[in-house]
Ligand binder design. Structure first.
Ligand SMILES: Cc1cc2nc3c(=O)[nH]c(=O)nc-3n(C[C@H](O)[C@H](O)[C@H](O)COP(=O)(O)OP(=O)(O)OC[C@H]3O[C@@H](n4cnc5c(N)ncnc54)[C@H](O)[C@@H]3O)c2cc1C
Length: 556
């Protein structure tokens, strides 16, 4: 193993067991990045881990790890997985031969791989440098600077503790979790002079103690923006899912002063997906977290402002101004608004379930909770793609996954490719025509009574983990009569508006395609009546809505 002598520069680590290849990669990297970065070369996974550990102890930063896939003893994926424990923020790429592409694709999920590169990488200007540039950009713009870790101390089965962890995870904020009833958790509570009656307690890297913090308190502490920089914008986008992010990227890149407001975490539903396989340009799939991270950075790069933990609860039109009001009383005004508030999971109402939400019963938070269900039996309710993805994801580590499906088969509700994946996993069982009639548990989920819809028979099973994916509803009641909605609350636009609710439309021209009953207020994504409920269409509508915003502004 050889290392350059200049300390403290951010490192790029490359690992290949073939000394010739190893030297060649390091040489190409040094040629382009040698001035700015320290290039560290290792010839085995073990040597790389040793180097990473030493660098960690010396307080050095690692921006990129580039590992060969085929190495004896420890392959590239195993190495990257172990490297994540040491440098979780480092960007990861796998170097593979064409024949190993399948392994690289699997690695996208296992180690949240950023890229895989096919050998040979000649000419590096075309094949290697663009990838490493993108990895360095990603590292540069993420909040990796010694993000001293937050510590969260809470009860394993408390809804509030679960919500705090999910908030941090979905916003990609590193934290370490301690159960309040374990020795280290107790030690931390003692040190923080906190008791275990009001949990969770969050301890910041500076040692500040936050008792049962709100999302806004946390957001402020972890560097998320919570207040707008001005009170007037060209465009305010409400919602930070794929449609909102699409609108923010196109709005800001086309010169509009753009503010995007998100109440929980960017990425919306897509951010909770373990693997999106049908989004154009990602033939090997992409995790929702990765897609969100890239989209958010792209929006920020173009200058869009992203406001977090602010919920929009009012919309008003005053002449040409459109005012968006927040739940805490604040407001911003803009020429135009794009509503991209998507949909939220519907909740199950069977006796016992509402009280156990967050205490074994989870809505859409399969990714955050996955670690806890390792080697356990897991139940999932739902027959659509989101349930299928969660089943496949959790089945990798859970002892068993039982999919509870109300209908007689998965065929009508789940994509064919996912049904095949579900069927191929021996530890996934599918129970069709089955509903939950009751949940049991004292403070945490302990059992479920399941009812067979064919014969009405019930049986009670021991269960500690239940994930629910049963379709969704738009949360648009806050809009009241501000814009016209259909009978299920989805927002009507363009041609649908013309067909149903055009009375009161103030202009001579008809509404544009994605325009609501209020001129200058547009809709994109799942919240639109008759929308496609797909990531690609949400992003596409975000872009299209911005094009219509321009058309509207030209007519002002
Ligand atoms: C687990 C899962 C897996 C999926 N997998 C796929 C897939 O593989 N392929 C595919 O094409 N589609 C998939 N989908 C569907 C896809 O994610 C959605 O169609 C897409 O996310 C819709 O984007 P959107 O921006 O319209 O809405 P959403 O993603 O719902 O985002 C809306 C955002 O608005 C925010 N918001 C809501 N109200 C307010 C308010 N009042 N103030 C501020 N913010 C607000 C929400 O917090 C949310 O972040 C999946 C969905 C789920 C749940």
């Amino acid at each position: 193993m050889s290392t350059a002598a200049v300390p403290r520069r951010t490192a790029i680590v490359t690992v290949d067991d073939d000394p010739g290849v190893s030297r060649a990669v390091a040489r190409d990297l040094r040629r382009r990045y040698g001035e700015q970065h320290r290039i560290v070369r290792a010839e085995s996974g073990a040597a790389a881990l040793e180097a990473l550990t030493q660098m960690k102890l010396r307080g050095e930063q690692v921006a990129v790890i580039l590992a060969d896939y085929r190495m004896p003893e420890m392959n590239g994926i195993e190495l990257l997985e172990r490297a994540m424990d040491i440098y979780p923020a480092a960007r990861r790429a796998l170097l593979t031969a064409y024949a190993d592409t399948g392994a690289a694709i699997d690695a996208i999920n296992v180690v949240d791989l950023d890229y895989y590169l096919l050998k040979p990488w000649d000419p590096p200007e075309e094949k290697l440098y663009p990838v490493v540039d993108a990895l360095l950009d990603a590292w540069d713009s993420s909040d990796h600077k010694p993000v001293p870790e937050l510590k969260v101390v809470g009860h394993r089965w408390s809804a509030r503790s679960s919500a705090v962890r999910e908030f941090l995870a979905r916003n990609q904020v590193p934290y370490r979790w301690y159960a309040a009833d374990e020795p280290e958790g107790r030690r931390l509570l003692d040190a923080a002079q906190a008791d275990d009656l009001t949990l969770p307690v969050v301890i910041t890297a500076d040692g500040d103690v936050l008792v049962e913090p709100s999302e806004t308190d946390l957001a402020g502490r972890v560097g998320l923006t919570t207040t707008p920089s001005t009170d007037f914008y060209d465009l305010v986008v409400v919602g930070g899912g794929p449609a909102g992010l699409g609108s923010a990227v196109y709005g800001a890149s086309e010169g509009l002063r753009t503010l995007m407001v998100e109440r929980i975490a960017t990425g919306g539903q897509a951010g909770q997906s373990s693997r999106i396989e049908n989004y154009l340009g990602f033939p090997d799939g992409v995790s929702g977290a990765q897609l969100t991270d890239r989209a958010r950075r792209q929006a920020a790069k173009f200058g869009a402002e992203i406001l977090m933990t602010r919920e929009v609860t009012g919309l008003e039109a005053n002449g040409p101004a459109r005012t968006v009001r927040f739940s805490d009383g604040g407001a911003v005004t803009a020429h135009t608004v794009i509503l991209a508030t998507g949909v939220s999971y519907r909740q199950l109402t069977a006796p016992g379930l509402p009280e156990l939400t967050g205490a074994g019963v989870f809505y859409g938070s399969a990714l955050t909770e996955a670690v806890g269900c390792k080697d356990h039996d897991v139940y999932i309710v739902g027959g659509a793609n989101s349930a299928g993805q969660a089943a496949v994801y959790l089945a990798r580590t859970a002892r068993s996954v039982t999919l509870l499906v109300r209908g007689p088969s998965l065929r009508k509700s789940m994509s064919y490719y996912l049904i095949q994946q579900v069927e191929a996993m021996p530890n996934i069982n599918v129970r069709v025509c089955t509903e939950i009639s009751e949940a049991h548990g004292n403070g945490r989920l302990e059992g479920l009574t399941l009812r067979d819809a064919n014969n009405g028979r019930t049986d009670t099973v021991e269960a500690h983990w239940l994930f629910v994916f049963i379709g969704a509803a738009p949360l648009t009641d806050w809009l009241g009569d501000a814009v016209a909605r259909d009978s299920r609350g989805f927002i009507l636009t363009g041609p649908d508006l013309v067909a149903h609710h055009l009375e009161g439309w103030p202009l001579e021209r008809p509404p544009y395609h994605l325009e609501t009953s209020v001129p200058g207020v547009f809709v994109a994504g799942d919240v639109r009546s008759e929308s496609a409920k797909r990531v690609a269409s949400a992003v596409g509508e975000g872009a299209m809505a911005v094009m219509l915003v321009h058309r509207y502004l030209e007519g002002l």
